[in-house]
Design a protein around this ligand. Structure first.
Ligand code: FRU
Length: 465
């Protein structure tokens, strides 16, 4: 396969060629960020899983590195079956080494999945350890599904949370190790409350003083759902997680398997900007799958917020427009196919109408992609049907704002839209496939009702990849 240029994104990470799904092993090592990903280099649909690899100094400009892991051993390779390989996992550092923990899959339907370790002293070449699988099987009989280990360290002890399930409920198994090679099973850390999926993939854990958070990508039967976070209190000694709340991480159609990295006092999240059932029209150009922009996750009022990482400000190349404190009936602006639109509006007093942002690739703004905030229904709606290559759900999220202003930060790229509303209270991510390059935007309150723009900026964003 050879990648052609037209469908390439400008500032979102994507594979050079081939298929990509989940982010893996997201970590800072020797001063540089490393991102690995589920990768099939020999085709544009899912196949025997490798770990692709890239590194970056700023999380935006990525240097592609050689494949880090390829199927090769009895626990991750069986050419006689269709699905096998080095499935998702995470990274840690040990002394000067970069260490990966990943799931070996040789047929998840028949043979239980296992957890394995690979070590690198140069951050490029990885050796699978002889002791693999370091966690050969899951102590519970009920399931072969046992995958996506997420490593974390508390004091001098490593833990790993691993996605699994019992007969009907998604669960996380908790393991502990002093050396990353010998692992003790501690028990089930958390379980679905009955409405959070029948299998949990790609777990993450964020520990904080007040609330702890789990992030999981749930499946309901065989269908992948929108990733959720669950707040509560984790007990790592006698594994339990007392749930106190939950939320949907991103209400879009194209957001799955997010992985977090705790680094320099920040929690950074990146997700696969697709879903298992998404059509991949870029496959015609030799590649499929991309990552979201990296987002900073913060904890406020017992819940998670996601905002674009501050590094993204460095790729604003051209300021297309700036407005401050101006009353308008509508706002139209030419944009670039790679743009950021950031604005804050005053909600007119007693206003119970809509605020609409239309994004279009041509003058005919009815052929658009439309983000609507309906204050009457307290709902946010992202309708990308005009720019879809398949029948897709119109995304709806509750509007949770209570103030008299509303804040938007919208990231557009060749074939994606990521909307952050009210400083990351709600996010919605979709792939869009307009016929031509995105060209215009229009902002309007219903019936051209005048509204005050407290601040508006539109930037063209630089190409980083
Ligand atoms: C999630 C997932 C993981 C698995 C990987 C395989 O998208 O199904 O659970 O490890 O993809 O590529």
């Amino acid at each position: 396969v050879v990648a052609k240029t037209p469908s390439r994104l400008n500032y979102h990470f994507m594979p050079q060629i081939g298929w990509m799904n989940d982010p893996n092993g997201f970590i800072k090592y020797k001063g540089e960020y490393h991102l690995f990903y589920q990768f099939y280099p020999h085709g544009t649909s899912w196949g025997p899983m490798h770990w692709g690899h890239a590194k970056s100094k700023d999380l935006l400009h990525w240097e592609y590195l050689p494949v880090a892991l390829a199927p090769s051993e009895a626990y991750d390779c069986d050419p006689n079956i269709e699905g096998y390989g080095c499935f998702s996992g995470s990274a840690t550092t040990q002394n000067d080494d970069l260490v990966l923990m990943y799931t070996g899959d040789v047929d998840s339907k028949e043979i239980p999945q296992t957890q394995n370790i690979a070590i690198s002293s140069d951050g490029i070449n990885f050796d699978k350890v002889d002791l693999n699988p370091v966690i050969p099987n899951f102590p519970k009989e009920a399931t072969k599904d046992f995958r996506d280990p997420k490593l974390f360290k508390v004091d001098d002890t490593w833990y790993s949370v691993i996605g699994t399930h019992n007969e009907t409920l998604g669960e996380l198994a908790l393991y502990r190790s002093k050396d990353l090679l010998k692992w003790d099973y501690l028990g089930i850390l958390a379980q679905s409350n009955g409405k959070q999926g029948t299998m949990w993939e790609c777990p993450n854990i964020i520990l904080s003083d007040k609330n702890d958070f789990l992030i999981v990508s749930p499946m309901e039967g065989t269908v992948n759902q929108k990733p959720i976070y669950i707040s509560g209190k984790a007990n790592l000694k006698e594994p339990s997680f007392k749930q106190s709340g939950q939320g949907i991480l991103d209400y879009g159609n194209d957001f799955y398997a997010p992985q977090t990295m705790d680094v320099d006092g920040r929690h950074i999240l990146i997700a696969w900007m697709s879903q298992w059932f998404s059509k991949m029209p870029t496959a015609d150009d030799g590649w499929s799958g991309a990552m979201t922009i990296p987002r900073e996750v913060t904890i406020k009022n017992g819940r998670l917020y996601q905002t674009p990482i501050k590094e993204l400000e460095t790729i604003r190349v051209d300021q297309l427009r700036e407005i401050k404190n101006q009353e308008v009936t509508h706002l139209e602006q030419d944009i670039s196919e790679a743009s950021e639109l950031k604005f804050n509006l005053q909600i007119p007093e007693n206003y119970a109408g809509t605020i609409e942002l239309e994004i279009a690739d041509c003058e005919d703004t009815t052929q658009n992609c439309k983000l609507t905030v309906d204050l009457k229904k307290s709902e946010i709606i992202l309708d990308c049907s005009n720019y879809s290559v398949e029948q897709r759900e119109i995304c709806k999220a509750p509007y949770e704002g209570t103030g008299d202003t509303i804040d938007f930060d919208i990231f557009l790229d060749t074939n994606s839209i990521e909307a952050f509303i009210n400083n990351g209270e709600t996010t919605i991510t979709n792939r869009i496939y307009p016929e031509a390059k995105l060209k215009t935007m229009k902002l309007v309150c219903d019936n051209q009702k005048p509204f005050v723009v407290n601040a508006f900026s539109a930037w063209k964003l630089d190409k980083t990849i």
